[in-house]
Design a protein around this ligand. Sequence first.
Ligand code: COA
Length: 160
Amino acid sequence: MQVPTLRLARLPDAYPIALMSRELIESGLSGWSWDPERVTRSIRARDTSVLVAEIQHPIVGFAIMNFGDTSAHLSLLAVGLSHHRCGIGKRMMGWLEESALTAGIASINLELRANNHAARDFYRALGFTETAYIPGYYRGVETALKMSRDIRRHARDRIS
Ligand SMILES: CC(C)(COP(=O)(O)OP(=O)(O)OC[C@H]1O[C@@H](n2cnc3c(N)ncnc32)[C@H](O)[C@@H]1OP(=O)(O)O)[C@@H](O)C(=O)NCCC(=O)NCCS
C-alpha cells in the first residue's frame, strides 16, 4: 500500500468526508448528523482540526477534533473499508495527538457507539481507557461509550 499523505481538509473535502461519516460512522442511525454543511462549519472553525488522509486524490480517511483549553474532543474518525488495518487510523491519531500536545492539551476525549467493538479495540490499542456509558446519546436510542487518554502522561513516559 502507498503511504497516505496527511493534510488539513479544504472546503471541497466537506462532501466526501460527510459521505464517509454517513456510511462508516452513522450507518443504521436515523438522519445524517454530520452532513456537508456541518463538516464545512468544522473546516472553517478556528478551534477545530479536520484532517484527511489521501492516496493520490481519493480521501481514504479523515478525523475531526475540537480543541478546548486543556482537553480536546475527537468528534469523528474513519478510514475507508478497503484501507482498514493499514495503520492509517493510528497515524491520524498520532498527528492529532502531536498537535494537541503542542497546543498544551492534557487529554483527548471521545464518544463512540458502545456496540462498535472494532473501534473500541482500536482506541484501547492506542491507550484510551473507557470512562462511562451514556444511554440514548445517539438519536435518543443508542448508548455511547466515553473514552479518554491522558496524552501528557504518555508524552512524559516517552521522554523518560
Ligand atoms: C476504527 C478505525 C478508524 C481504525 O482505523 P484503521 O486504520 O483500520 O486502524 P489501524 O490500522 O491504524 O489499527 C491500529 C491498531 O488498532 C487495533 N485495531 C484496529 N482495527 C481493529 C479491529 N477491527 N479489531 C481489533 N483491533 C483493531 C489493532 O491493534 C491495530 O494494530 P494492528 O493492525 O497492528 O493489529 C476503522 O476501523 C474505521 O474507520 N471504522 C469505521 C468508523 C469508526 O468506527 N470510527 C470510530 C468511531 S467515530
